[in-house]
Design a binder for this molecule. Sequence first.
Ligand code: DX5
Ligand code: ZN
Length: 215
Amino acid sequence: MAYIAPSVLSADFGNLERDLEMINSSQADWFHIDVMDGMFVPNISFGFPVLNAINKVAKKTKDVHLMIEKPERYLNDFKNAGADILSVHYEASTHLHRTLEAIKNLDMKAGIALNPHTSVDLLEDVLSIVDLVVIMSVNPGFGGQKFIENTYDKIKKLKELILKKSASTLIEIDGGVNLQNASKLVECGADVLVAGNTVFSSENPTETIAQLKLI
Ligand code: DX5
Ligand code: ZN
């Protein structure tokens, strides 16, 4: 059974409190929160005022996915805005090891997100200090995109590397997760499934979360 992390990006921002309370009272495990800067990805999502508003209502683990350049500039601010897990992109932080240590020193769990073109082999030398790897199964920037099939092989490869290193890193899959591909993702080694469109475009989001949880 995987952790389920509904993606707030797909919520109705005119009724944000209602949608956050739906996640609070559902079987979801985490809140997945996407921050985009319009530079690293071709989209801008939201910043600290919205994060602070989310933090006041969201009662579960806040899994914050930074799609921003040079994320090391804002680590403390994300801690203050309520992040429990902070993931930065491999492609966005030059001194990644330093950034991961800084996240952990702020008492957050440290994650690395990988774009679809980035090999999991590149993580070999940092894996022992990484709490979460976010494998992007779409090109980051937007909800509701088509799942990239190569993801299955990436998960298997990363799982092997984690076992080889005796690390306790969790594998999260982000993008295009649905009720059809979820079980195969878990079979391959996924621990956490992000779901935006699948949850929020469904007729009964609470029930969809429960179905994902059954997988
Ligand atoms: C994409 C984001 C995802 C997105 C997933 O850049 O990182 O978290 O919200 O949305 P779905 O599940 O709709 O692909
Ligand atoms: Zn995300």
